[in-house]
Design a protein around this ligand. Sequence first.
Ligand code: HEC
Length: 168
Amino acid sequence: MAGFLNRAVPVALLLLAGAPMAWAQAPASEEARAIEFGKEIFKTKARCQFCHKWDGTGDQGYGGNALSLRKTQLSREQLTEVVKCGRLSTEMPYHDKFGYTDKRCFGVTREQAGADMPPEANQYLQASEIAAVTQYVFARIVGKGETTYAECVDFWGKDTQQCEPLKP
Ligand code: HEC
């Protein structure tokens, strides 16, 4: 017990000392962390970039005509719904595991959606992951105009070959 206290007290003091600063910085760094988390989902876990391209300009290839996320007119709420539920009768996959089990998506079950069922995501996402990827899309993609070299280096973490054509 004494040993535990000896270790616990300095740790508690350190936490207390750090608290006011961490508190003051919380909003900005928390947002940055959420965006980074959302980016990883966009890139790797949900592979949004597979169909919408890394910069969200959209693509005509795999998965049909994946719309431009740079030019989307959707609100945050609508975009969140698209990620959760996908789009009926299109190749936009749904990412909420329970999307079509309890009618939370468009008021229909899988059976009722029938042939209009959107494809299942390659990996389902938790609500927090859907929130993060939505936050990322709004922070870095929606309304951004022409794709830039800086965006490319930021997305890939380095100057990859596909950034070459964008070099100023
Ligand atoms: C398998 C390919 C594929 C994947 C993976 C995919 N999408 Fe899509 N997405 C599409 C297609 C195709 C459409 C067009 C649907 C339509 O015609 O309305 C679309 C539409 C959308 C739209 C609607 C845009 C608008 O303006 O109406 C949003 C938002 C969207 N996708 C976001 C995402 C996000 C975020 C991810 C990753 C979590 C993702 N998509 C993963 C294929 C894909």
